[in-house]
Design a protein around this ligand. Sequence first.
Ligand code: GLG
Length: 835
Amino acid sequence: VEASIPENQREAWRKHSAHGFENKDEFEKEAVRHIETTLARSLFNCDELAAYSGTALAFRDRLVIDWNRTQQRQTFADQKRVYYLSLEFLMGRTLDNAMLNVGLKDAAKDGLTDLGFRIEDIISQEHDAALGNGGLGRLAACFLDSMATLNYPAWGYGLRYRYGIFKQEIMDGYQVEIPDYWLDFNPWEFPRHDITVDIQFYGYVRKYQDDDGKSHAVWEGGEIVDAVAYDVPIPGYKTGTTNNLRLWSSKASRGEFDFQKFNSGEYESSVADQQRAETISAVLYPNDNLERGKELRLKQQSFWCSASIYDIVRRFKKSKRSWSEFTDQVAIQLNDTHPTLAIVELQRVLVDIEGLDWEDAWKIVTGTFSYTNHTVLPEALEKWSVPLIQNLLPRHLQIIYEINLQFLQMVERRFPQDREMLRRVSIIEESQPKMVRMAYLAIVGSHKVNGVAELHSDLIKTTIFKDFVTIYGPDKFTNVTNGVTPRRWLNQANPRLSEIIKAKLGGDEFLSDLNLLNQLENFVDDKAFRKEWAEIKYANKVRLAQFIMAQTGVSVNPKVMFDIQVKRIHEYKRQQLNIFGVIHRYLTIKNMTPEERKTYYPKVSIFGGKSAPGYWMAKNIIHLVNSVAQVVNNDKDVGNLLKVVFIEDYNVSKAEMLFPAADISQHISCAGMEASGTSQIKGVLNAGLLIGTCDGANIEVAREIGEDNIFLFGTLAEDVEDLRHAHSYSQHSIDGDLLKVFDAINSGIFGDRNSFSAIVSAVADHGDYYLVSDDFNSYIKTQALIDEAYKNQEDWITKCITSVARMGFFTSDRCIQEYAESIWNIEPLPPASKA
Ligand code: GLG
């Protein structure tokens, strides 16, 4: 029952309705009130953490007022909404973004100064919300920001992990994982204990016929776990729209707490049951681009999908529309295959619970869903074993079989001669045990499938999903090239750069219309502007140099080139190629006379990124980087010519510090393997140049900014297969420079060569799957070009300014516009004053 205050009692509400602060004085009042009453502190014991908490609570009040209004407006307007289902939302910090988006950062800054604090110190108190592994989760976070900014009625749905991605510590050069318990103080979420959904697992399916002879299925028995909603407000930039991110947390069922057990003295086991339920949302699986088929992971997926579908259907039913209007009201985007069970769950709800015919229900389902593919790596394509699903979700398995049957019958009608095709495209893989191919299920259950960069979207059509293009035709498959939000990745990460752009462009409209950046090209010869541009990069490097000194004790000179590769550690991303290049540089320096060294190019080589805890080779690469750093940084012959740094615990807020300090960043994946990548966009937007392969979005970045402004090298995707094939035949010849690198590693100068031998022999003896040897030579040559180019600082700055000016395409606002128009078919709903 909806509770609502009768009209004649609303006067008091209207009079006292909260409106939040609007200026510095009001901010101070709110912050102090929270510090004194919510936190029970005073001016005698208010440290920076307390000041952060008070500030965050004051802003939270602001957000929640906008949030309430937005939700009301969207409910009244009753137009189509989009639901973005993602197992990962890599949000990072919230306060700074909230300040910018509601337009009160200056008020907070001045207010904090009055109260005795520096805004930067307060902002840096916040713990990252790290509910994601890497690009996929960060993309979801950028999309939330853009959807709110563009006033789309949009909700995110995810899991509220108690532990986000682990914190990485480097001990003796090795990665060690520390749990990230981030919920000690999280002002940005609202528990909604009133919104709790029963989620069923296990049990059995009972079939029966009704009086009309129609057969039905009911899922019975098993266990129930509660899904409790936690809402996170997502403010748009310069708009009243504040959308909702709903994260589900698992709890033992209210009905389930076993009083019988409890009374019969089995207190412990009854508490244990409770903990088992809470385990479902306890931890984010720390794998990027790898799926491992664990039952708990399947439980997470089904728990979250069921809760979200229940919530979406409930909201739809409140509108009292007929089911045929469902697709006019609801679009659901699947971020990768992780939420594919939502397709099955919606079909189950419509058929088993709402009593629709199979065909009518299936039309609704396929009209509702669309699916984004983020990878072609076989080890990342999800498959779930049939026995596992059978046990956990018996009714869902039946539905999957029925979907597959109908799909295969359709294929057979259209391609009657082709038995092989049926085997290839079947949602069920006939292996031991049988497996459900989730990507195929996602394609069959969706009306659109998209890749995340042009090359990638072409590749999925010609490789992994080729047959489905034959079956459905090419129009079902489309491309939306990734982007990032300029609010975080330009304004927040690089406030000074943002400031001078604003001064030149005469306003900050570029933050919501990134194409306006192209006006910067008019100022490329403006001396004062160029000087300031260079000073900003230098200041950002000084800040990073101080951070490196504090964290690692290594002294780096901010006047020399900073070369940065930060991202998950993965063989396909080829940090091994980078470190081989560094070793090659080290050997080159060692072989020089002191005279020659005087004119050589100095450089700081910076690495950062986490490895999946079970990814032995990636951990080995981290160890090699740290071991090389140890040797190089302490070699008197080398001095300032080369420093190697590994940044511990790379995360969103470190990225915000690193990209503004990069002269060059590396995006050197084996061609065809990085679906898009998004960090190259962050690199260029922050006035750094790129070295990259012809892979993912690098290709489109090159097209936009011009090939003169990017350092591309290496094998093309179309040649990868032939090269791999050639490796497996002949003992492939390895570049002489690379052999010297291998000799150096094998000689033990970087320590225990046994532990590094696997990195070398993956290239030298085991087929070199990632084509490191093929690309090494052109990589080294390209690095030499970069050294030369960097000497000419005037040209370099021209390249940087020109590149930033041409990055407009890569805003996530453009992505969301494309999704909204060509996939979701939804309209924005701006607040009245902005309409
Ligand atoms: C994937 C891909 C990246 C891509 C990101 C966002 O590996 O290339 O940029 O999603 O689409 N698993 C990922 O991080």
